[in-house]
Design a protein around this ligand. Structure first.
Ligand code: EPZ
Length: 431
């Protein structure tokens, strides 16, 4: 199993290109099931989750073609991948494929809308909470689907003549269930209204792509989405938006080490809450046409108070990384997680590096320490793993991050990007 070794060695300086967003790329790929035409996605990141979803989609009949580099592309330029589902050849998403990644469960929406039937294994994914599927079931039932759960599978059937428009009010904001309802309602007969919909930028990206495919959606970017179903969707070309979580993660790296780094291609409007928290640590954030520049020179890190919330609040996917920052702040920080009930697994690993963190319920109280020391640590989930890398960048000695496959799920060319700005980070393959 690969591991990453990091030797804390001071400030980061230079440019880091920001990749296409994993959490936009995945639902966009799934949207290719909705049409027999080709959906071409630009700026696709090279990630294990993208590869895993390609296998799942292939099983349903999606052909894909990865386009070669174009003039001016460098190793870090996103790829263009064309997806085409001429026919749905299989409406079952089996356990072996779905258990590895929760997002693969989302195929239930397009399969049901286009083929009228879907049998999808209950999902897996990062172990950050119980992650139920009740909202998916209730939402799809509001569109007329008949659903039962048996033997670890969700069996869903559309009424004869297909899904019908409906009205669904989310009792709790869910990104995944909003993606699924948007896709399903796009091909339903009649009008659908979704209230208390997720407003995450990745939902907006999917809605924009569906619109380019011929869907009739209004209220994009608000919590009320109205969809007038159409009988078929067509192909389109769509560019995946920049990854706001990767942006916030590298911003936290620079705030931690000090230095001056341009996050090229990053879009500040996608992560204002996180950038505000970063500024309160004393880091400078400058937004320009080419990206976001993060600087910290000499001044000490100030403590932060962060509570995760659905967008536009502070993202749960940056909670662990900002906790890493807080471990070195001059004072006491409070970090509250409200989205997932088990998303503090990084706490005990950060403690191995010398962090002082006390957890009570959903709040972590972090008392900054002068010094972190390298140690072997274990990546527990995708974002938590990055908190260990961030701490490792300033720890004395060597931090050895094990179970790196978590990182490979969602951070493209991580070691290359950090090495290029001066970090001492290397991957040891195998072992
Ligand atoms: C998406 O997960 C992201 N994944 C997550 O990122 C992210 O943390 C999360 O949204 C919140 O922003 C992808 O986009 C692939 P939810 P999702 O449904 O859709 C509860 C990462 O590291 N809930 O918005 O699975 C649920 O348990 C990942 O990239 C129900 O109760 O999250 C949670 O408490 C990790 N019933 C809350 O809603 C349901 O039927 C929000 O979950 C569905 C969800």
């Amino acid at each position: 199993m690969d591991k990453i070794l990091i030797r804390g060695n001071g400030a980061l300086n230079g440019t880091i290109p920001i990749s296409g967003a994993k959490n936009a790329a995945l639902p966009l790929m799934i949207a290719s099931l909705l049409t027999r035409d080709a959906l071409t996605l630009e700026n696709m990141p090279r990630l294990a989750d993208v590869d895993a979803l390609i296998s799942i989609l292939s099983n349903h009949g999606v052909d894909y073609r990865v386009h070669g580099k174009r003039a001016g592309d460098d190793a870090m330029t996103g790829r263009r991948i064309e997806f085409q589902a001429r026919e749905i050849v299989d409406t079952t998403a089996p356990y072996d494929l779905v258990r590895k990644m929760r997002a693969s469960f989302w195929v239930i929406g397009p399969l049901l809308a286009r083929a009228g039937i879907a049998k999808v294994s209950l999902p897996g994914g990062c172990a950050i909470g119980t992650r139920p599927i009740d909202l998916f079931i209730d939402g799809l039932e509001a569109l007329g689907a008949q659903i039962d759960v048996e033997g670890g599978y969700v069996n869903a059937k559309a009424p004869s003549g297909g899904l019908k428009g409906g009205h669904y009010v989310f009792p709790k904001v869910s990104v995944g269930a909003t993606h699924v309802l948007l896709m399903a309602a796009s091909l339903a007969q009649g009008d659908t209204t979704i209230e208390n919909a997720a407003r995450e930028p990745e939902v907006v990206d999917l809605a924009n792509c569906l619109s380019a495919m011929g869907a009739k959606i209004s209220g994009i970017g608000t919590s009320t989405l109205r969809i007038s179903g159409v009988s078929s969707l067509h192909g389109a070309r769509h560019e995946v938006l920049p990854d706001r979580i990767e942006t916030g993660t590298f911003a936290a790296c620079v705030a931690m080490t000090g230095g001056d780094v341009l996050l090229k291609g990053a879009r500040a409007s996608l992560l204002e809450a996180a950038l505000d928290s970063l500024k309160s640590t004393g880091a400078e954030v400058e937004t320009g046409n080419d990206g976001i520049r993060i600087r910290r020179n000499g001044n000490e890190l100030q403590p932060i108070n962060v509570t995760t919330d659905p967008y536009p609040g502070f993202p749960t996917d940056l909670q662990a990384q900002f906790m890493a920052l807080a471990t070195k702040a001059k004072g006491v920080s409070h970090i509250t997680e409200t989205i997932f009930e088990n998303r503090f697994m990084h706490v005990q690993e950060l403690a191995r590096l010398g962090a002082n963190i006390d957890v009570s319920g959903q709040t972590a109280t972090v008392t900054g320490v002068d010094k972190l020391s390298g140690a072997p640590v274990m990546a527990t989930d995708l974002r938590a793993s990055m908190s260990l890398v961030i701490a490792g960048l300033v720890a004395d000695g060597v931090t050895e991050v094990n179970r790196v496959y978590h990182l490979d799920r969602g951070f493209e060319l991580l070691e290359d990007k950090l090495s290029a700005v001066g970090a001492n980070i290397e991957r040891i393959t195998g072992g």
